[in-house]
Design a protein around this ligand. Structure first.
Ligand code: NZQ
Ligand code: ZN
Length: 394
């Protein structure tokens, strides 16, 4: 294993009917005047909005609303949110939604604390490793298990003017708390459930495919977590209102990305980087983009350390060790993963989401911009490698 420091300060509140208690957690963070942020209205249809606002009103907590967060959240709404925080003297930000809403809130929070001589986009999102200033506390009511932002140190925003989608990771990005009631997932359409399952599975795979040796303990955690998603993802797509399916996925999605599973391991993240160029330029769902890019990445890199792909095929995907050679077992595991994505209605080729190869050069360039230069921890990938992987995905 590698040396590591692991810290996750987010308080996790999990179970049936916990959303009605959200005001208690806002108060425990000294929130008195809240910016309530949400997306396109699903929380009004599902009743979550009423539960949250009743809880705040009953506790005497004032709130101002910022709605209209879009999937692949836009920088312009972040800037609007920063203005609102300053104008309304907000002291706490509450995200009610999925990764897009949560990341908008994280960016508003640290954007408000950015020194006046710095620019939130150019000096933070476009600079790898920029130290994020500590802003107003953010709390979360999660409505879709997917991105894991509710317990992660990441914040991913799209600059709609340039088409760049960029994430920043810093410990000041952790939410103070996350309230998760699996019942809120009952209203999720099967496609969103599937995209969420693909994303959490990818957060596990990005950590699983490592060059680091002696990682048996986190391998075991990851393999169990991946099998759980493979089992319950399709069940939740078919039976959206079964609590037992939703709770398994919701816990898996959150723990997939608080980096517990990544302790002591070199991680990969090339599939995520390549996907962010897709959803940044073409506005597709992040989970769908991962279902396309991950098998393509796997086919390109598996020979780098075929034993790891054999372990994945056998321990996670159910391939048989009796298949004659290692390459064939590895490829069988990748084919099974691709079939699983298809079985839950996800695309596995760029052509299925109407993307042809005419912007591959742009995506490769953007992917390596901002001082990155190289992608991937399992195998280092340069421009020609990334272009080849995009072509495999066509
Ligand atoms: O906008 P509303 O009306 O809320 O509808 C949303 C949205 O259309 C809908 N939805 C959410 N909960 C629902 C619901 N519909 C019915 N019932 C419910 N209970 O689902 C749609 C997708 O929402 P979104 O927040 O975009 O999904 P997700 O959680 O997958 O977030 C995706 C974003 O997170 C980023 C992705 O790149 C993408 O921008 N990521 C963030 C990460 C992080 N901060 O740690 C890590 C990830 O790797 C990822 O990059
Ligand atoms: Zn992701």
């Amino acid at each position: 294993m590698e040396n590591f420091v692991w810290k996750c300060p987010t308080r996790l509140v999990f179970g049936k009917d916990v959303i009605g208690t959200v005001a208690d957690f806002v108060q425990s963070e000294n929130g008195t005047r809240v910016l309530l942020v949400y997306g396109g209205g699903s929380i009004k249809k599902s009743g979550v909005y009423k539960t949250v606002t009743d809880s705040l009103k009953n506790a005497g907590i004032e709130f101002v609303e910022l709605s209209g967060v879009q999937p692949n959240p836009r920088l312009s709404l972040v800037l609007e949110g920063i203005d609102t925080v300053r104008r309304e003297k907000i002291d706490f930000i509450l995200a009610v939604g999925g990764g897009s809403v949560i990341d908008t809130c994280k960016a508003i929070s640290f954007g408000d604390a950015v020194p006046s001589d710095k620019d939130i986009w150019d000096d933070y999102f476009m600079v790898k490793g920029a130290p994020i200033p500590k802003g107003i506390n953010v709390g979360v009511v999660l409505t879709i298990p997917a991105a894991g932002s509710e317990m992660s140190n990441s914040c991913v925003i799209t600059n709609e003017k340039t088409g760049y989608k960029r994430g920043v990771n810093h410990e000041n990005n952790y939410p103070a708390f996350a309230v998760l009631d699996p019942q809120v997932c009952y209203t999720l359409p099967p496609y969103q459930t599937a995209c969420g399952a693909a994303d959490m599975l990818s957060h596990m795979m990005e950590r699983y495919f490592t060059p680091t040796e002696n990682v048996d303990y986190t391998d075991a955690l990851l393999e169990g977590a991946m099998r759980t998603v493979l089992q319950y993802g399709p069940l939740a797509c078919k039976n959206p209102t079964v609590y037992e399916y939703r709770e398994q996925l919701m816990l898996a999605g959150t723990l997939a990305h608080n980096n517990l599973f990544g302790c002591g391991r070199v991680q990969d993240w090339a599939s995520h980087w390549m996907e962010h160029e897709l959803s940044g330029l073409y506005d597709i769902a992040h989970g769908a983009g991962l279902a396309i890019m991950t098998p393509a990445w796997m086919r390109y890199v598996y020979k780098t350390k075929v034993s790891r792909f054999v372990q994945f095929a056998v321990n996670v995907m159910g391939s048989s060790m009796s298949i004659a050679d290692e390459d064939k077992i590895a490829l069988d595991g990748i084919a099974r993963l691709e079939d699983w994505f298809k079985s839950i209605g996800l695309p596995v080729r760029l052509s299925e989401v109407n993307i042809n190869g005419d912007r591959i050069d742009d995506m490769v360039k953007q992917c390596l911009d901002g001082g990155r230069g190289v992608a991937g921890g399992f195998k280092k990938l340069y421009a020609e490698d990334l272009a080849a992987i995009y072509r495999i995905a066509l």
